[in-house]
Design a protein around this ligand. Sequence first.
Ligand SMILES: Nc1nc2c(c(=O)[nH]1)N[C@H]1C(S)=C(S)[C@@H](COP(=O)(O)OP(=O)(O)OC[C@H]3O[C@@H](n4cnc5c(N)ncnc54)[C@H](O)[C@@H]3O)O[C@H]1N2
Ligand code: MOO
Length: 394
Amino acid sequence: MRPLVPVAEAQSRLFAMASRVPAETVPLRSAMGRWTAEDILARRTQPATDLSAMDGYAIRYADLPGPWTVIGESAAGRPFTGLVGAGQATRIFTGAAMPAGADTVLVQEEAARDGDRLMLDGEGPAFEGRNTRRKGLDFATGTRLIAAGDRLTPARIAVAATGGHGTLSVGRRLRVAVAATGDELVPPGSTSDPVPLPESNGIMLAAMLADLPVDIIDLGILPDRLDTLRDAFAGVDADLLVTTGGASVGDHDLVRPAIEAAGGTIDFWRIALRPGKPMMAGTLGRTMLLGLPGNPVSAFVTAILFVRPVVAHMLGARDPLPQTTHALLGEDLPPNQSRTDYMRAELRDGRAYASTIQDSSMLLTLARSSCLIVRDGDAPAARAGDSAEILVIA
Ligand SMILES: Nc1nc2c(c(=O)[nH]1)N[C@H]1C(S)=C(S)[C@@H](COP(=O)(O)OP(=O)(O)OC[C@H]3O[C@@H](n4cnc5c(N)ncnc54)[C@H](O)[C@@H]3O)O[C@H]1N2
Ligand code: MOO
């Protein structure tokens, strides 16, 4: 058998294979969570003119300590069009344009007014320009507001709106087909008979992609039959096909021959990873294939390390890999074997405690875990208190 592919090499080979989705223009209301296809530049300056930051009176700082004559009013959207001269002031409100001639705002809590006559009633503004926002304080026309390949967040959508955009160019939504394989599987909740195994990988994968701009095409549960699998795979109309199960070497592990029978090619198979060794990657026409192992924890770990990053890469992300961090180990760990290990673990009081049994079928252990401890292949034994690389999962 060929040597196992290291995790990082598998990731870079996948990114090289996976093409990016084309761009489309969407209204801001549909842009949340999408990746920008180009730099977004400001089409206007913000603020477009000097504004008041407070409710009060627009004055000339040089006229302090007053008194002043109030000659008009400037409200947000309804500016004062005249000129504020020596000894003059206008009423002004938050967000209103500063009238020509005025440079400072006296807040109304520090002012006393009698008809047109305005007097200082407090300390007054400490410096020229106090309580105003200068033109261009936030950004000027042409400023890059969002870089190409950034993911759109609520704040980025708001800054795009303020920058004069009503639509944005983003990567289109990705079509991901998901197929579970296995004669032992039934849909979740479909029977009270304890013998058949409820399908969980497909539903878990859909949940793991739920926060991404992805449309799931659910191929359901496919039987362990070469002709059925071949026909189902050949009919897929998606950017990415993710299968689970049937990836290993048993007589009923048919995903690989079925992809080949459908006219596809397997680019690589078997990763230096635990759990998740039998994962395969390939292409079927214009559809990319990720064949995940059937063991539920193996499917989860390969989805974190390969499916989500490939999906993010295809959607236009610049930095699609999951971010790891560090934690102190709660207990000693034995030396690792040759595959990179992602150990299910709980984070308690900032320390990571690995589960006693690391079996790739155990979903309850996974569901109780908040992180995976990453152990390099052939890593030596580690001691409680050592720093370890972890991947937070919950
Ligand atoms: N002789 C060898 N046997 C195995 C090897 C090996 O190298 N040599 N690798 C083992 C490893 S590692 C893994 S991981 C598994 C993966 O095998 P498959 O991808 O072929 O998975 P299945 O055999 O179809 O299923 C494994 C296990 O998971 C359950 N399963 C499958 N699909 C689902 C689903 N959608 N929802 C819930 N549970 C599912 C299935 O019932 C099995 O119990 O192979 C080892 N064997
Ligand atoms: O790699 Mo398998 O995924 O150890 O259980």
